[in-house]
Design a protein around this ligand. Structure first.
Ligand SMILES: [Zn+2]
Length: 331
């Protein structure tokens, strides 16, 4: 059976193999406590050791866990929305050219998504057009906010318009541990990541709904990483809020739960019961295989995990493992 993974990160070789002492878009490479980082000012981006693998080594890993295709997204250390737009645009171009090299040299094993300089919407639109029409990438990965602006902000209307026209899948993924839970993770229990991702994702869903993005652009393809976080579980309260707080209806949104089957999700829940609930709530045609390779919070053996789930039918497993992504991305 085929398997296509929407949630698989990589780093451009220029970053992962940056020689010590050299500079790349203002970053230098530093080792701290046995880990390699890209450093610029007070920014420190961890280079996961897997990013130094060759394409063949990565494919050997994929074979070992029965994954046929990685839909590559450059790791979120490449967002850099806080840097000047021209720096972000330069980083994004290099990321997207690198992902394209891999999709072209190994078209059976790699597909790809773009990184975009979202701090400059015009540059982001231009890069998305280049990525989809020029490079053959399938869409882009973006964060849940751009310097604290959520994506319903009017500044992003041209972006959503372009994404819809291009048929680009927009994959929402926070920047590492930088989530709305982070200020409350005062004991360092890593809840900024383990449940912060989930909190950020339901905020993204709510703002796209209440902000009118999903109504204004009905053919948009949006995927919420990490199982969409608390989106499916929050729908009851979002619906109640829509009913009793008129501000939530100000921009004409319909009842929030009616949008659950208008977006996509990956299956990265680490819970069969949670995934079953998502299928029953949003629909089986909405869920993609997503492992979060190479991170420790990902699914170690993603195809084995999906195949082991007793509450899913064979048709449901096939939809998640490959049929939905083949249909939506043409992979
Ligand atoms: Zn991830």
């Amino acid at each position: 059976m085929r398997s296509i993974d929407i949630h698989a990160h990589i780093a451009p070789a220029a970053a992962s193999h940056l020689p010590e002492g050299e500079t790349w878009h203002g970053f230098t490479r530093q080792e701290m406590n046995g880990r390699q980082f890209l450093v610029q000012g007070d920014k420190r981006q961890w280079l996961h050791p897997a990013y130094s693998l060759t394409a063949d080594e990565r494919i050997a890993y994929m074979d070992s866990v029965n994954v046929d295709v990685h839909v590559l997204t450059t790791w979120v250390g490449m967002y850099n929305y806080d840097l000047p737009g021209d720096v972000g645009a330069g980083i994004a171009r290099e990321c997207n050219d690198y992902v394209t090299e891999l999709t072209r040299s190994h078209p059976e094993r790699f597909s790809g998504m773009a990184t975009l300089p979202m701090q400059d919407v015009n540059a982001a639109v231009a890069e998305l057009e280049r990525a989809v029409n020029g490079l053959g990438l399938k869409g882009a990965q973006i964060a849940d906010h751009v310097n604290n602006k959520t994506l319903d902000h009017e500044d992003f209307i041209p972006f959503w318009s372009a994404a819809e026209q291009l048929g680009a899948l927009i994959f929402f993924h926070q920047e590492g541990d930088d989530t709305i839970v982070k200020p409350r993770d005062t004991k360092g229990w890593a809840i900024d990541n383990s449940i912060g991702n989930l909190s950020d994702r339901v905020v993204t869903f709510a703002t796209l709904v209440f902000g009118g993005v999903l109504d204004r652009f009905p053919d948009l393809k949006v995927c919420l990483a990490h199982g969409g976080g608390f989106t499916c579980f929050g729908a009851g309260r979002l619906d109640r809020g829509w009913q009793v707080r008129s501000e939530a209806r100000e921009l004409g949104a319909n009842i929030p739960s009616t949008y659950l089957d208008k977006v996509y999700y990956d299956c990265l829940t680490h819970s069969e019961a949670v995934l079953r609930y998502m299928i029953d709530t949003a629909g089986i045609d909405r869920i993609f295989l997503g492992s979060d390779y190479p991170y420790d919070m990902g699914i170690d053996s993603p195809t084995e995990w999906v195949n082991s789930l007793e509450s899913l039918s064979q048709d449901e497993k096939e939809a998640i493992l490959w049929k939905n992504l083949e249909r939506v991305l043409g992979v």
